[in-house]
Design a protein around this ligand. Sequence first.
Ligand code: MN
Length: 722
Amino acid sequence: MYNKVMVILRDINTVDALIDKVISYNPEANADLLRRAYAFSNEVHYKQKRKEGAPFIQHPLAVAAILCEMKMDTNSIAAGLLHDTVEDTGTTEEDIRALFGEDVAFLVESLTKLSKIEFRTSEDAQAENFRKMFLAMAEDMRVILIKFADRLHNMRTLEYLSPAKREKIARETLDIYAPLANRLGIGWLKSGFEDLSFKFLEPDVYNELVQKVAKKREEYEGYLHEVIKIVEAHLKAASIPGDVFGRVKHYYGIYQKMQKQKIPFELVYDVIAIRIITGTQSDCYAALGLIHSLWTPVPGRFKDFIGAPKSNLYQSLHSTVIGPKGERVEFQIRTEDMNRIAEEGIAAHWKYKEADHADKLDDKYFSWLREFVKLQKDTPDAREFLEAVKGNMISGVVYVFTPEGDIVELPQNATPVDFAYSIHTEVGHQCTGAKINKRIVPLRYTLLNGDTVEIITAQGHTPSRDWLKFVRTQKAKARIKQWLKVEERKKGLSLGQELLEKALLKYNLSPALAKSKEILAIARPFRINTHEDLFVAIGYGRISVHKLINKLLPESEKDEKEIIPAHKDERKTEEGKGIRIEGIDNIMFHRAKCCYPLPGEKVTGFVTRGRGVSIHIVNCPTLDTNTIDMDRLVDVEWTGDESTHTVKVQVLTVDKRGLLAELSAVLSTNNININHLEASATYEKQALFNFILEIRNKRQLDQIMKKMAQINGVIEVKRVQA
Ligand code: MN
């Protein structure tokens, strides 16, 4: 049984102890460098104290000790000793460079940059933080390992901080550091981060669990002893080399099982696990066969991570069997090398090689990581890694690749159009199609992690309003809207000019007046300063052409006294609220009285003369395409609108007392106001009710009509459209 995190390096309290330890695994280590780094750090931090009251130097020393436990190179350990100097003291990067060389200076600089990341809880910020860590890591793995050591020591002394800080740091450790350590395959750090976070985030649950495990410790040990004895004997008899260890799983792992299965601690069966460390890969399978011949395997619990290693290089065989007492026991079977990788992960490869050897090592062992970072082609591994990244720590983000292999980060559910706009506005505007991993997909395709995205463009192609329905990024939305606005202004402009010129002709005035100074003078009360603005205002129906022209006419020919800005009287009525036309706000609208369209229904707009845009249901008979001016039709759509709208509903019933009360009851229990009601009896002993109701949207109308139709005695419920 071990809990490495808790026990390491209690004994390293001095630089001499540290150096002894480093020399023990790396006889060539530069002891002088470490001694100088320690002396320097001690000097510049001398005024500082840790929160617990200890001299500050204890912290960098502890960080260096953890790095030494990870058997890191001397420069990393020196950087561990110096990691807070630039951040906390007057030391500069140049000082570090001059005294300790380029490599140490680089590490300290990277750590200083990383420490400036303010971790926030919002998902975006978290994704960004992760991205920065990921990039720092890609540049030099050692940076993240030193960062881990720093965080581990801070977690171990967390109790001295305020409860709020404690919670924040513990949460961040659990959310970011533990999954990251896991991804890098550093098992002991992952469990260490988890247990320490757990301890501070859920102290009561944690303490109770610690006590419960302690109480059963003797029982566990007896059981483990028995199983180990049996396994060892059989391994020996079969001539399979191997050492057998037992352990109690880490607290957070047990807690997760309790939570996932919604069971108390007493019912968690696999609190203990047994590990067989054997010689070769084939010994692993031989040992597995032996275990399976001794005890019955639990179906579905066998996993071969030797044949199919995890992307963090973890290799092992896992199987759960029904043990000697009828209890389930989990076995992990692996070689010595595999075990080292499982425990130390990436750190296992990053041993005490000095910087000049390190590069080669780096290339050999970290090529897989570099692959991910370079956003290479859609290898299953890259996808798996990024998927895990997404699932583990940055939900809400996808990473995709350009055809050149550059990475692009987009929000989840982003589409090729978002991708196109993220590359360049023109690429977005001219985007006509997309290829994902060389296959053509629709523009509304949802991008997945690891997709390689190629955008097909065509010169002169323009954005579509439909895109707004599926794009996810602010950038794409803003660019599309901007384009539409410019485009719609152009449309409104020519329509407005045309309407004005036609109207002038109708009043026997010169169409040239449309571009005159006089007309601008008249339009000034509308806060219009240019002819363009005037045409646009007319095109959108914000200004009545007739009222405008009226002002131009001689007194005798005027038919109205005053020009009233059209939007002014429209504001009184709230009509048009919740409708959007071609990306423009503040247009004068009204719902057509013929069809009373509702939010949720397909509608179209008709530019009236001077009364703004009237909104009709798409197939409203009033909009007979043979008789109306098609140029005046504009695309409109509902926005999220919570106001109510009047609708005419006609109900035909048998002539029975109390039916009106029942109908009213249905309406009032559904919070629907009756604006107006007319009732009449028909000659066939039937009653006809004409309601004008205040309805929110089409769905609400459909529901209420259905409910009314279900009332006993109701013959027909219909909406009156014209
Ligand atoms: Mn620190």
